[in-house]
Design a protein around this ligand. Sequence first.
Ligand code: 3H9
Length: 709
Amino acid sequence: MTDLVRWTKEQDIAVITIDNPPVNALSPGVPEGIVAALEQIQNDGSVKAAVLVGAGKTFIAGADIREFVKLTSGQQQGDIGILPHLLKIEDSAKPVIVAIHGNALGGGLEVAQACHYRVAAADAQLGQPEVNLGIIPGAGGTQRLPRLVGIERAIEMCTTGKPVKAIEAAQFGLIDRVIEADLLTGAVAFARQVAGKPIRKTRERNDKLGSADSNAPVFAAARESARQKYRGMICQLAAIDAIEAATKLSFEQGCTEEARLFYRCLYSDQSKAQIHVFFAEREVSKIPDIPKDTAVMPVHSVAIVGAGTMGGGIAMVCANAGLPVVVKDTDPAALDRGIATIEKNYQMSVKRGRFTQEQVDERMRRIRTAVDYDDFANVDMVIEAVFETMPLKKQVFAELDRVCKRGAILASNTSTLNIDEIAATTSRPEAVIGLHFFSPANVMRLLEIVRGRRTAKEVIATCMQLARRLGKVGVLVGNCRGFVGNRMFLPYIREAQFLVEEGAAPEAVDRALVDWGMAMGPLAVGDLGGLDVAYRIRKEYRHLEKPGARQPFLEDRLVEKGRLGQKTGAGWYRYDAERRASSDPEIPAMVEGWVRESGIRQRPIAAEEIVEREIYSLVNEGARILEEGYALRAGDIDTIYVNGYGFPAYRGGPMWYADTVGVKQVYERVCEFHQRHGVLWEPARLLKELAESGGTFAHFQRVAAQASD
Ligand code: 3H9
């Protein structure tokens, strides 16, 4: 036994407890500890069976992911080595009953599969989420799971990574019993019932594996669907291969094949990137000058100013988290429209099975409307979501300062405006912060939390905590134009226009990036959000452009022709009533005419150049943001791009991707683009420094953290 595992006796039943906070990961010592406990139990004549439980809030959340990093970075040699221990658990002469609460994920579920019986608390969740890390189950999961639940269910669990609830798991045979009352008491009673009965090893159960004939179409369909759904990713296909091996090979040979596929995935760039994303998402909550014990302010109620798309979406997010919300708009008709949209969105969720009607009714009861500020005196937090112009925002904040109680947080959902300027209209700039939700707010996980020069630490800590409560990934950013996400997006969408000016078809630009892994192409994104939005920003900030900088002109022309994107049925593409896009035959002639007037010579542009210019424009601006301190870490930028801009997690985010390609190589290309395309491509100082010193973004740390300017 080890410090991480102990066992005690409940009369004739042994209780083995894994105690490896915070999530009982299978760190070195845990599998060994379970096996050592079982060895002692075999020799204790007074014990008839063993119950395996996790201490704290969860059973086992999987293998220790940090161990993977040690292996792939070369810090450690060897393998993960959980599998042999699971064979020993399964070979126990006395029945082992696993009792699951919280989560049994990845290696945690594989431990459970190797036990002879599985019982779980009703709210427990069980899953094989390895694909979220770019890998497949590697401790026998692809071999035992199909034996317990059949191949279709195993494919579903291993390719989507989505956990299932205990009740559902009981219905399809993954667990033997759901225990409604005290889990341990129930598990011990269950153990007494099964003690002395013949033991059934999961690895010897072949009845659910199907036949070659019946399985062939299932595997073919699964591969086809995985190729479409997970474009470019290798781990889902590897999971299917491993499950197929379970149906064709002996258990031992199947495990060998699983291990081969597991390590192939683990050492791939995709898995390294996804593991980076996992840790980066957790790292964002660590803010150097705001320790974990910083006091947080109570947030029991929220008011939202503005009943438009953003205001309505934010109201839903708050209501979903159990917070009472008042939505205020000066225009009663806008309020009615806002509430109708919220209702429509919720009905969609009911249709999709995400919520029941009762859950929706409960949420709708939390949302009230108002045309004045009367209800604002007692709310703990206000989120302003009015039209994006400074004079209007200032007017709202001056009013909030007048009506809100001291101690309330005053947040703005601005996506581009200066938080300090907004805060300056109040007598309490320390209470003012940016909360930049992404549209649709009730769907997108990202929340940029914008720190103003005077924002109090408690306000920041409270908003970081609130983000979690709202189910968002909150990333703290500094107060620069466009903050982090949109500041980087600007050169990215500008470059897409330049590529079309120079001869690439809009479809070719979007296709190259979608094929590379982006959720959508940049021009289609423009159409979705409305080309007039960027148009307005371009006009407003033209005076801030570098002298001599090339200006894109195609979108300006489209907007001036009334082609604003999806909302007007035409932009870069044409849209039908259901907003389905198709190529617009008018575009090539229009573009050609405009380009001819400008004197630009068009040429064929390869997909590779499109991707490089697009992605390196993100990297170069990201480097500048890091160097200026508007993002705390490269991983924060990656988290923003993966969660808010459809950047493929399997490429790790723009900064991680640059490290993967090699900073030097990226820098050299940026220099070439600088020579060829001018001042907008001037390499960021940090990019140059890292390229010259052989450094990486992942290891870059600012000497003095500066979050706001
Ligand atoms: C696997 O099992 C492969 C197998 O097939 C075996 C192959 C041989 N390891 O998320 P939180 C840390 S692959 C190490 O904020 P929550 C996390 O970094 C694994 N550390 O908590 C954080 O640390 P810190 C398959 C882990 O309550 C702290 O725990 N399993 C691991 O919001 C709290 O995490 C998964 O993919 C781990 N496995 O959510 C599950 N898990 O405080 C991954 C967490 O220093 N984990 N940490 O920042 C999760 O999904 C969530 O953590 C969980 C809890 C839902 C469990």
